[in-house]
Design a protein around this ligand. Structure first.
Ligand code: PRP
Ligand code: URA
Length: 205
């Protein structure tokens, strides 16, 4: 299993402000957007390109364009905060949605929504800012695989070792991209040091 922790100084700077408990939702959304742009670039660094003829104002030449369509699949609700940067970078990307919510006591995620476009032949980027126990990510990856996805990546903002290990065990071929690999989970399955409840901080709930 491949784990990539982005190292860009801007990413490190932004993540520190995301962790800060005094950061309010409006700034939190902006910072999430910025960090996801960096993650999206990293998670698509290996995309294949193909030759394309192009006429400049002066002559004909050959360039290269992306060879494969993409899909981004946020895990609701916190994953929604990572969709816009993908749309900004890849205007033709299609978007699917998987609704999963962790039970407050057991931390086991249950599914409440799923709407996916056709995924065969696409690079599918499953996005969820927090990879904690890994239960949500593992379920989501199962769902997109069942819908035909074969070329997959998981993009998150903060990962816990427990979540990385579970994804590696259940979906060993899926690379993970994150801005941080944190220390551990606490008794309530929150990431330490983490940044708290991402969805609550994103939406002010
Ligand atoms: C959070 C987070 C992930 C999940 C991670 O969502 O956004 O989806 O927990 O935890 P796991 O790795 O242990 O499954 P939550 O269930 O709180 O729902 P929300 O996004 O609607 O707030
Ligand atoms: N979900 C969050 O939003 N934060 C955590 O630390 C763990 C799961």
């Amino acid at each position: 299993m491949a784990l990539t922790i982005i190292q860009h100084p801007l990413g490190i700077h932004v993540l520190t402000h995301l962790r800060d408990k005094t950061t309010k939702p409006a700034l939190f959304r902006t910072l999430s957007h910025q960090l996801t742009l960096l993650l999206a670039l990293e998670a698509t660094r290996d995309l294949a390109t193909e030759e394309k003829a192009v006429d400049t104002p002066l002559e004909s030449t050959t360039g290269r364009v992306l060879a494969k369509p993409l899909a981004v699949v946020p895990i609701l609700r916190a994953g929604l905060g990572m969709v816009e940067p993908f749309l900004e970078l890849f205007p033709d990307i299609c978007v699917g949605y998987i609704g999963l919510e962790r039970d407050h006591v057991t931390a086991i995620a249950h599914s409440y929504y799923c709407k996916l476009p056709p995924l065969e032949g696409r690079r599918v980027l499953v996005v969820d800012p927090m990879l904690a126990t890994g239960g949500s990510a593992v379920q989501a990856l199962e769902v997109v695989k069942a819908a035909g996805a074969r070329d997959l990546a998981l993009v998150c903002i903060v990962a816990a070792p427990e979540g990385v290990a579970l994804v590696a065990q259940r979906h060993p071929a899926v690379p993970i991209f994150t801005a941080a690999l944190d220390r551990e989970l606490n008794g309530k399955k929150y990431i330490l040091p983490g940044l708290g409840d991402f969805g609550d901080r994103l939406y002010g709930t």
